[in-house]
Design a protein around this ligand. Structure first.
Ligand code: ATP
Ligand code: MG
Length: 421
């Protein structure tokens, strides 16, 4: 049987003259997300709502899965669409009431809106009559107008729409309405969460992962690809740039005081990410850093790190503790992948006693010294040269354009070997 889902829009309803632009992006995202799970959906926009017409119950279930990851919607509800007669409307209300009862709900109220004034009952009368009929046919349900467990809504428009308890959406703004950013994605818990959150504020994403073969394993790479796949499914798809940072990391290990190695590595990542961001037209870099979570994330060390970035660095998790971030990772479905035990490059090279309050001047001097000539190796390449070399062999994968079930295998596709610089 054909099904209709009524979608209520989120924060974009607060927008003024530019609301239409936000709505257009939301509809485009919605259609792409829906079509990635099943063909044959039709969208209809009316009076600040979007109706999704589904060809079957199965399609409606898939649509709900897709909606759960879509930014910019306040919520949605499966809706009964009927003709505009009192009998049809009350019959649909009774069916909705019985459904609530079956799900354990005991008290309800009816709310009605009538934009078609030719309907014979006004809003108050619709509520009264529908409430009475529901009570007679489902006597276990109690009316509670002040504090009901569920609301049955009736909307009389070009058709009558009747719906009960709906589901909450991700809210926020439609992905793509706030420009593009480049996410520094590691295999940890934090950065995928940062990506999912910022995509929910409207930012389109690409991502970069730095790995260090053979010190990091192919499984560590596959794990990050999987995280990109999940993050991408919240961000309408991302391109993941995979960069071999072994040369850079070895240079840092050889030529700098060991306590500085993590901060210097982060500086090199910022420099490399900035070069990619220029190519992808990103307007900012995004990291999963949280203030003082580890030594490299004190405010002083964050200042050193971002001194090599050409773009503003957004850190959506900066004020969150690990427990909050972990809860979000579970909600987004990234947690189980993040905790797989394949070590990231940073873990392998991290010093026992890292610098805690690095100064930007000292960091800059140490960074410059990474490329200084020495008697033994007279033509040593500077660090920026090494970064360009690494980027020349970067690989790009297209991740998350489909909305996979959490347990599905990654569906990344290798696009090209890019010549980045
Ligand atoms: P995460 O859980 O995201 O790995 P973390 O708490 O382990 O974060 P760090 O390892 O210090 O913190 O990394 C800080 C941030 O730097 C990460 O959130 C990520 O944005 C970026 N980053 C770290 N390692 C990499 C990497 N190998 N590739 C890309 N970005 C990275
Ligand atoms: Mg990490």
């Amino acid at each position: 049987m054909a099904e209709t889902i009524l979608v209520k829009l989120g924060e974009l309803t607060l927008k003024g003259g530019n609301r239409e632009g936000f709505e257009r992006i939301l509809r485009r995202n919605m259609l792409a997300a829906l079509r990635s799970v099943s063909p044959g959906f039709k969208l209809e926009s009316r009076a600040g709502r979007i109706y999704i017409h589904c060809t079957s119950e199965e399609a409606a279930e898939k649509a709900e899965q897709a909606l759960s990851r879509l930014a910019g919607i306040a919520g949605w509800a499966r809706t009964r669409k009927t003709g505009k007669t009192v009998d049809e409307v009350t019959a649909a209300c009774v069916a909705e009431g019985k459904k609530l009862l079956a799900s354990g709900i005991q008290s309800f109220k009816v709310e009605a809106r009538r934009t078609d004034k030719s309907f014979p009952l006004n809003s108050y009368e619709i509520c009264k009559i529908a409430g009475d009929v529901i009570r007679t046919q489902a006597p276990e349900l109690r009316v509670d107008v002040k504090n009901p467990e569920a609301v049955i809504s009736v909307e009389i428009r070009e058709k009558a729409y009747i719906y009960g308890a709906g589901k909450k959406g991700r809210r926020g703004l439609p992905t793509g309405s706030a420009g593009r950013g480049l996410l520094l994605l590691s295999g940890g818990i934090d950065s995928p969460v940062a990506g999912c959150l910022i995509a929910g504020r409207g930012m389109g994403l690409d991502a970069v992962y730095f790995h260090t073969p053979p010190y990091t394993s192919p499984q560590a790479l596959e794990k990050t690809v999987r995280l990109a796949e999940i993050t991408g499914s919240y961000a309408m798809g991302i391109h993941l740039y995979i960069v071999n940072f072994t040369g850079v990391q070895k240079r840092i290990a050889e030529k700098s005081p060991v306590e500085w190695s993590t901060v210097l590595l982060r500086m090199a990542m910022m420099e490399a990410a900035s070069i990619i961001a220029r190519k992808t037209k990103a307007k900012c870099l995004i990291t999963g850093e949280s203030l003082s979570q580890v030594a490299s994330q004190t405010i002083e060390n964050l200042s050193c790190t971002e001194s090599r970035s050409l773009f503003p660095v957004l850190r959506p998790l900066i004020g969150m503790d690990k427990e909050t971030i972990t809860a979000l990772a579970k909600e987004f479905g990234t947690y189980e992948t993040s905790i797989l035990p394949f070590a990231d490059c940073c873990v392998l090279f991290s010093p026992a006693h890292p610098v805690l309050r690095g100064q930007v001047d000292e960091a800059a001097a140490l960074y410059a010294a990474l490329g200084l000539h020495s008697r033994e190796v007279p033509h040593i390449q500077d660090i920026t040269g090494l970064i360009y070399d690494a980027l020349k062999t970067a690989e790009v994968r297209k991740c998350g354009y489909y909305l996979p079930a959490y347990d599905a295998a990654p569906k990344c596709q290798i696009l090209e070997q890019v010549q980045l610089p």
